[in-house]
Design a protein around this ligand. Structure first.
Ligand SMILES: NC(=O)c1ccc[n+]([C@@H]2O[C@H](COP(=O)([O-])OP(=O)(O)OC[C@H]3O[C@@H](n4cnc5c(N)ncnc54)[C@H](O)[C@@H]3O)[C@@H](O)[C@H]2O)c1
Length: 312
């Protein structure tokens, strides 16, 4: 893995969606690395942003409550930045079906306008986009590698696919160094748990602890090899839903779960079993996940036990 840490010492870093689950965990790590950080987030209540996510680092980051749909704000915010981690998104698959135009505005149109802001104001910055395994749709084969066809099964997947490809296109045509990571199910402290908007449904899935995802984002931003590339993230451990529930009860030392019929609205857009082949990022950038599921769940449960009043 490259010596990513030195790339961020004293660097100006912008994180869209910076008050969300992954964005705020990334900000915490970047504070340790000595970056000058600006978080932009709309804090729309139904999304995952939460000011509690930056507790204890609030004096080390600049927070700009703005919407990535606002081109004027983005034109201003990208200036002087060395890195942009583009994580703002509407993440609910069901909401994207009920309200497709909002998803289109945030996950597609805004991505284009953010890239236009970079092209006009700061074409020298480096960009990492948080894409998703959702764009593969129901897998044709497992594990899914980056050559797998893209055939998303919901509006969110179509728009995230477009958002991803705008980044690659701006890299290829305008030389704005951008890459995309296709995240799989990411879990850990600060994920949204108050509703079922951010969750997984398949029978067999792979999981990444959030610190491993943050590591991948940093390594991808720092390594010139990543420009124009798309990488899957993934894990060596796959687990089915029932065993995951049983493992959570075991790690927690208490609790129970019920088996209920699969809700029909979710079934219609579920991608079924999924796990990724992440050998490309392992080979090119040296990334691999380090936190085992049991340990990640233990840390996550401990976090919510202490912090529950801020997350429900
Ligand atoms: N968590 C996962 O399992 C997962 C999997 C695949 C991809 N991703 C992608 O990673 C990114 C981060 O996801 P997360 O899990 O941290 O979700 P999250 O909901 O916790 O974070 C997203 C943040 O974006 C902000 N946001 C939404 N719309 C905005 C707008 N119009 N303007 C400004 N801010 C806005 C939200 O307020 C929130 O803080 C998303 O783009 C998501 O699609 C996440």
């Amino acid at each position: 893995m490259n010596d990513y840490a030195s790339s961020f010492d004293g660097a100006n870093v912008l994180i869209t969606g910076g008050l969300g689950f992954i964005g705020s965990t990334l900000a915490r790590r970047l504070v340790e690395l000595g970056a000058r950080i600006t978080l932009v987030d709309s804090l729309i209540p139904i999304y995952g942003g939460n000011l509690r996510n930056i507790a204890a680092i609030e004096d080390c980051v600049r927070v700009n409550i703005a919407d990535v749909r606002d081109e004027h704000s983005m034109n201003y915010l990208v200036q002087e930045q060395n890195f942009l981690f583009n994580l703002a998104g509407q993440t609910s698959h069901l909401d994207s079906m009920r309200d497709p135009y909002t998803d289109l505005e945030i996950n597609c149109r805004s991505q284009l306008s953010i890239l236009e802001a970079c092209r006009k104001q700061n074409p020298r910055l480096k960009l990492v986009y948080a894409s998703t395994r959702q764009i593969y749709g129901k897998p044709d084969y497992l594990p899914v590698d980056e050559r797998h066809l893209l055939h998303p099964v919901d509006v969110n997947g179509v728009n995230k696919m477009a958002g991803e490809w705008y980044h690659i296109l701006y890299n290829n045509v305008y030389g704005i160094r951008a890459c995309a990571l296709r995240l799989t199910n990411t879990y850990g402290p600060r994920m949204r748990v108050k509703d079922a908007r951010q969750t997984f449904l398949g029978i067999c899935r792979d999981f990444n602890y959030v610190d491993d995802v943050v590591m991948a984002l940093l390594v991808a931003a720092a390594d010139p090899v990543a420009a124009g590339q798309i990488f899957n993230l993934g894990s060596d451990e796959t687990i089915n839903l029932r065993d995951l529930a049983a493992l959570m009860v075991e790690v927690n030392g208490a609790g129970h779960f019920d088996m209920v019929p699969f809700p029909t609205d979710r079934k219609a857009i579920d991608i079924g079993d999924y796990y990724a082949d992440y050998r490309l990022i392992q080979g090119r950038l040296g990334w691999r996940p380090k936190v085992a599921l049991r340990e990640g769940l233990r840390r996550t449960l401990a976090f919510y036990r202490a912090e529950r009043e801020h997350y429900w």
